[in-house]
Design a protein around this ligand. Structure first.
Ligand SMILES: Nc1ncnc2c1ncn2[C@@H]1O[C@H](COP(=O)(O)OP(=O)(O)OP(=O)(O)O)[C@@H](O)[C@H]1O
Length: 642
């Protein structure tokens, strides 16, 4: 990244002050723009490495509008705004900025933010280049492989999957004379499982005759440009009769991207991607395709030399390491598959990862899986739960201490970071880490060395950090409880695990997984769930996510009288909210519900404090760690307490 900075700020005095601060720190300010059009002109002329961007500017365009262009041109940008309301933050966040400074800010904050922006830009550029070069290699392998045409096509689509998400893929060839040849379509039904949809299958699914489908295919748009349609654009496209509408309605797709690859003989090969996410595609995907076009042309030109095969379900050849790691993560909803795609992209790199998601969604499991899929898999994976230890202990737990470093330090202790050398450290509940320690962690990330307490000799370490939290870290940053610089370092690659209520289609598979597991553990032989029990589960909101489901299945197995689970003890309040029939009389609470209510009421009394004198653990007369795991088990979260 070059050192030229463009300031986009309509307040004259503020812009001038910024210029002085930046120049003093050695940056070259290549211009000050007061509006978006002015900024566009200066970017074209000066090619800055970084843009400082006010959000509300003179004229009708905002900084957020400009950010989209900056993203496409790979220019790092940092927002400066006096408005840090949730709405503005959310809109700004969607543009994936390299930093956000709330005005007024200190000179030091500005310089640290710029340094982090520079780090992140270089880091993300480097990792995307590495990922892209892996993709080129994969496309080469596919081109040379001796598999059928359909397999080749599918493997090409799958190689692209981690970069361009899709749940439905179709390929169309448009010859020079305008004739359209429709290839096979593929519907994603598992992480690496795709159902091939030919004309016959499409006719069965849609109820339309094959000749009608042929006509729809022939009427596919004749665009020669790449385009993407998200949300309402796709909604509009899907209202007009045609193949898009058919795919949207039959497979519940919500966005679409098409990319035509020109072939040397003048024909065009169209890649059509559809996703269930309403905002799956962006200009970055098209730019990526532009870069890949030569490699894709070669693959597509090879396709014509191979015979077509026609099995109904194809399980493609994935690089062997990829599938086993996901083995015990159950689910195939498109939201979870998207998480798998993220993992596939990032696991082989050294990038720090921030796993976000509510309690019990499987963050720790995902961390295990990333480690297993990384080149560090034969080295240790060390886990630290930042919420399970009092602040005073975390430091020596993480950094270690020398003998006599403090009262009670009777022996030297090797900290978790050192133990994880060449491996991975999983920092669970990072949002609970005390602010003073956050500064130390930042140093570990920056300097790649640790100092044991009581020692002045830094020790070089090579670790990868995976952090997880169920808190909204941006809110924590805004309220001063989490360091912005650390947030940006960790947030290089965020992975968000969706809550169970947003992927209820995974419930049946999860239930059957847990049934098998607890059958094995308890020696019972439960064969399944009654329709009523499954319906109740599908209606429930699952505040404790998969952990809650797991415990519910365990309890239900223990209580089951026959071979089928007829009853499930879903917490009454939620169940009513979820639409189950009222029973007419007060339901008797289960022991677990009583226990849950009691813990919540004690926590409320202690303002959520678990540790120390007057904390909930003391009042309940249990060790704080036990209380913590009980809370997890019962799906009790901080939100339930306030
Ligand atoms: N997709 C999944 N398939 C099977 N089991 C799962 C899945 N996701 C989570 N689990 C199980 O649910 C429980 C909770 O998962 P985990 O501890 O990884 O959640 P978490 O998000 O880290 O929770 P917390 O934020 O409370 O630490 C574990 O027993 C885990 O094995």
């Amino acid at each position: 990244m070059n050192d030229k900075v463009l300031i986009v700020e309509d307040q004259f005095v503020e812009a001038h002050d910024l210029r002085l601060m930046l120049e003093k720190a050695g940056y070259t300010v290549c211009g000050i723009a007061r509006s978006v059009p002015q900024a566009v002109e200066l970017i074209e002329k000066e090619k800055p490495g970084l843009v400082l961007l006010d959000i509300f500017l003179k004229g009708k365009h905002t900084g957020i509008d400009l950010a989209r262009q900056l993203r496409e041109e790979h220019i790092a940008f940092v927002y400066l705004s006096a408005n840090s309301s949730q709405d503005v933050l959310a809109a700004a966040k969607a543009t994936q900025p390299y930093g956000f400074l709330v005005k007024p800010f200190r000179e030091k904050d500005l310089l640290v933010t710029l340094e982090i922006a520079r780090y992140r830009h270089e880091n993300s550029l480097e990792s995307s280049l590495r990922k892209e070069s892996m993709l080129y290699k994969r496309l080469d392998m596919i081109r040379e492989s001796l598999v059928s045409r359909d397999q080749k096509l599918l493997q090409t689509a799958i190689a692209l999957q981690a970069f361009i998400p899709f749940e439905y893929f179709s390929a169309v060839m448009r010859l020079k004379d305008g004739t359209t040849i429709h290839g096979k379509d593929f519907l994603r039904i598992g992480f690496d499982e795709y159902q091939q949809i030919g004309l016959r299958e499409l006719a069965t699914i849609t109820g339309l005759q094959e000749p009608v489908l042929n006509l729809l295919h022939a009427g596919m748009e004749k665009t020669v440009n790449a385009v993407f349609y998200n949300e309402e654009h796709f909604g509009r496209l899907a209202k007009t009769p045609g193949l898009h509408r058919l795919v949207a309605e039959s497979f519940k797709m919500a966005s679409h991207m098409v990319y035509p690859v020109p072939l040397s003989n003048g024909d065009h090969f169209y890649f059509h991607f559809y996703s269930r996410r309403p905002d799956a595609y962006n200009a970055g995907h098209i730019a990526l395709f532009d870069r890949l076009a030569p490699a894709l042309t070669q693959v597509v030109e090879h396709l014509t030399h191979f015979p077509s095969a026609d099995p109904a379900v194809i399980t493609p050849l994935r690089p062997a390491a990829h599938s086993p790691g996901f083995g015990d993560i159950i689910g195939s909803s498109h939201l979870l598959l998207n998480v798998f795609d993220n993992i596939t992209q990032v696991a082989p790199l050294d990038t720090s990862i921030l796993i976000l998601g509510e309690s019990g969604t499987g963050k720790e499991r995902i961390a295990d899986c990333i480690h297993q899929l990384s080149p560090r898999k034969h080295k240790p994976l060390i886990k630290v739960n930042c919420a399970a230890l009092p602040a005073t202990l975390i430091e020596s737990e993480l950094f270690g201490h020398e003998k006599g470093a403090f009262t009670g330090a009777s022996d030297r202790r090797i900290g978790k970071f050192e133990q994880a050398h060449e491996g991975t450290v999983f920092l669970d509940e990072i949002g609970e880490m005390p602010v003073e320690l956050q500064a130390k962690l930042l140093r570990v990330l920056q300097e790649k060395e640790v100092e044991r307490i009581g020692s002045r000799a830094p020790i070089r370490i090579n670790i990868r950090i995976i952090a997880a939290t169920n808190r909204n870290l941006e809110k924590e940053v805004a309220e001063g409880r989490f360091r912005l610089d650390l947030y940006y370092r960790l947030n290089v690659f965020p992975i968000t695990i969706p809550p169970l209520r947003e992927r209820k289609e995974d419930i049946p598979a999860l239930v059957s997984h847990f049934l098998q597991y607890f059958n094995r553990k308890t020696g019972k032989r439960i064969t399944g769930l009654s329709d009523k029990a499954l319906r109740i589960m599908m209606e429930y909101n699952w505040p404790g996510n998969i952990r809650e489901l797991e415990h519910l299945v365990e309890r239900s197995i223990l209580l089951a009288r026959g071979n089928v689970i007829e009853e499930v003890a879903i917490p009454s309040l939620q169940r009513k909210g979820a639409g189950a029939e009222p029973t007419g009389e007060e339901r008797i609470k289960t022991i677990h519900e009583n226990e849950r209510d009691h813990i919540v009421s004690v926590l409320k009394k202690c303002n959520g404090r678990i540790w120390g004198m007057g904390g909930a653990a003391e009042l309940l007369n249990v060790p704080p760690t036990t209380l913590n795991s009980k809370m997890k088990k019962l799906g009790i979260r901080k939100e339930h307490i306030s």
